[in-house]
Design a protein around this ligand. Structure first.
Ligand SMILES: [Zn+2]
Length: 263
């Protein structure tokens, strides 16, 4: 699911951090050098830890994937979270009409409700990847707990006929060192995204088209949703209405579409 309010909170925190930083620098002029360094190192470390936990694509060590490799040029990836839902069939129809293959980060609990839709994704050549069993956040969980969530999701999806690609996007993109360690242990790459358009907030479809295409650039990993968290009957009409125009515009701009396991 999207997280528009959190995005604004994050922006507010960045502004606050800059203001505090400027204030600190002004005050630091009167403090001995060793203490200055200690304060700055502590502040940078604390800022780094918060940014790592709260900003899905941010990882100073580059372990989180969030955009495509440099080659081929003019490539992008369309990704869907929170499905499958009853409406996923319509997503598949639109993708087929546009000859686009996409990556679906599915929830095993939703796949249990729609096993035939899950298998349709595989039959149509799309990539099934892992979003979890449910949409519960995992960034405060222990490594063992995340491993359990991830291995259960992989086993359930496999039993339903769709062994997933070893790509994991935790709910809301929120992660921790334990999340990364669990993913690594199960051979999964951790994936965020480079463009989210808050399609589950129900905005006007034309707004969604603009958000997805206006600043589209090579390597873009676009986040869309064919479900809404754990909801049994999600409303994804705005995205469904916008999707054909998004794909038309990106194609007209020369983009090709890759799935994340083939990028
Ligand atoms: Zn999600």
């Amino acid at each position: 699911m999207g997280a528009k309010p959190r995005a604004w909170v994050n922006r507010g925190l960045v502004v606050l951090a800059i203001a505090v930083g400027v204030e600190l620098i002004l005050r630091l002029a009167t403090i001995p050098a060793a203490e200055k360094i200690a304060i700055l190192v502590t502040a940078a470390a604390m800022g780094g830890v918060v940014a790592f936990r709260e900003i899905p694509a941010f990882d100073p060590f580059g372990r989180v994937h969030w955009r495509l490799p440099r080659r081929p040029e003019r490539a992008c990836a369309i990704t869907f979270d929170d499905g499958p839902s009853a409406s996923t069939r319509r997503v598949v129809e639109i993708l087929a009409r546009h000859h686009v293959k996409a990556t679906f980060f599915v929830l095993a609990a939703n796949a249990r409700r729609h096993p035939e839709v899950l298998r349709l994704l595989v039959a149509q050549g799309h990539t099934v990847a892992v979003h979890g069993v449910t949409h519960k956040k995992v960034h405060r969980d222990t490594q063992a707990s995340v491993e359990r969530e991830l291995s259960t999701a992989i086993a359930e999806l496999s039993a339903l006929g769709a062994p997933p690609a070893r790509l994991y996007r935790p709910p809301h993109g929120l992660k921790s060192a334990a999340t990364l360690a669990a993913a690594r242990k199960l051979g999964c790459q951790l994936w965020a995204w480079s463009r989210g358009i808050w399609d589950t907030d129900g905005p006007d479809p034309e707004v969604l088209v603009k958000r997805a295409t206006r600043f589209a650039s090579s390597r873009m990993v676009l986040l869309l949703h064919d479900g809404r968290g754990d909801e049994e009957h999600p409303d994804i009409e705005p995205m469904l209405s916008a999707l054909p125009r998004m794909l038309d515009r990106l194609s007209a701009d020369g983009f090709t579409f890759l799935t994340l396991d083939r990028a």
